[in-house]
Design a protein. Structure first.
Length: 237
């Protein structure tokens, strides 16, 4: 089966300037085949289910967002200004200003607040919404793009995971990257085990206590007593 591919530069060229209030369409700007990535034919639990993802800037890519859109997965993420495939924005320095460009199903938005921020989303329109808070200096209601509000709200879960996996500092700056990756994956495995333990048992121990108990059980199971090599001790009467 033939399939077409799209590069980040192709996506960037399809971004068009838009005015506030324009609704985003639902047709894909890129054509990807919708064949399942699961070769054994088993049903995928996440694709084509209408899930929405909130990521961080490491994963932002217009091509990735288009691919996920074809599998009914919406994505919202912050983006780095130098990320390949993003459109060029005109400069507006006024606080509370936004400029954006869009394809039929993707929004790229630049928001000017205390500092500039770029959002990329396949699930939002370029609307401004009140946050429910007032500016401490002017006392005026604070407004932000809906994409920024939703991202900040949902990003809290990711920040919580980062916090829970950073209680024990394994990684030093001098450690090689693959060792950092190993210890990070180990932290995530322990955290997932902790969450599953709470779900299955109904008990809610502190994460640090769970870690300590896990260490004790591993040592009890796999500890091998050391054999002392040397001259035997002389017995004295």
């Amino acid at each position: 089966m033939a399939s077409s591919s799209t590069t980040d530069s192709d996506v960037a060229e399809s971004f068009t300037n838009s005015e506030p209030g324009d609704e985003l369409g639902t047709d894909s700007a890129c054509d990807f085949d919708n064949e399942s990535d699961n070769d054994d034919g088993e049903q995928n639990l996440y694709l084509d289910k209408g899930h929405n993802l909130f990521l961080d800037s490491w994963f932002t890519s217009p091509t990735l967002f288009e691919k996920l859109h074809t599998r009914s997965i919406g994505v919202c993420d912050t983006a780095r200004a130098n990320r390949a495939g993003l459109p060029k924005f005109e400069d507006k320095s006024g606080k509370g200003q936004q400029v954006y460009q869009s394809t039929d199903n993707m929004l790229a938005l630049k928001w000017f607040d205390k500092r500039e921020g770029i959002m990329l989303s396949t699930i939002h329109e370029p609307r401004i919404q009140f946050t429910g808070k007032n500016d401490p200096k002017t006392k005026r209601p604070i407004q932000k793009p809906v994409s920024v509000i939703d991202y900040n709200s949902n990003r809290g879960a990711i920040d919580k995971v980062d916090m829970q996996t950073s209680f024990v500092e394994y990684v030093r700056k001098s450690v090689k990257w693959y060792k950092k990756l190993f210890f990070h994956m180990l932290d995530l495995i322990v955290l997932n085990s902790y969450l599953l333990y709470k779900m299955e048992t109904g008990k809610r121990p502190q994460l640090v206590d769970f870690r300590l108990q896990l260490i004790r059980e591993i040592l009890q199971t796999y500890h091998t007593p050391k054999t002392i090599i040397g001259r035997p001790r002389l017995e004295t009467n």
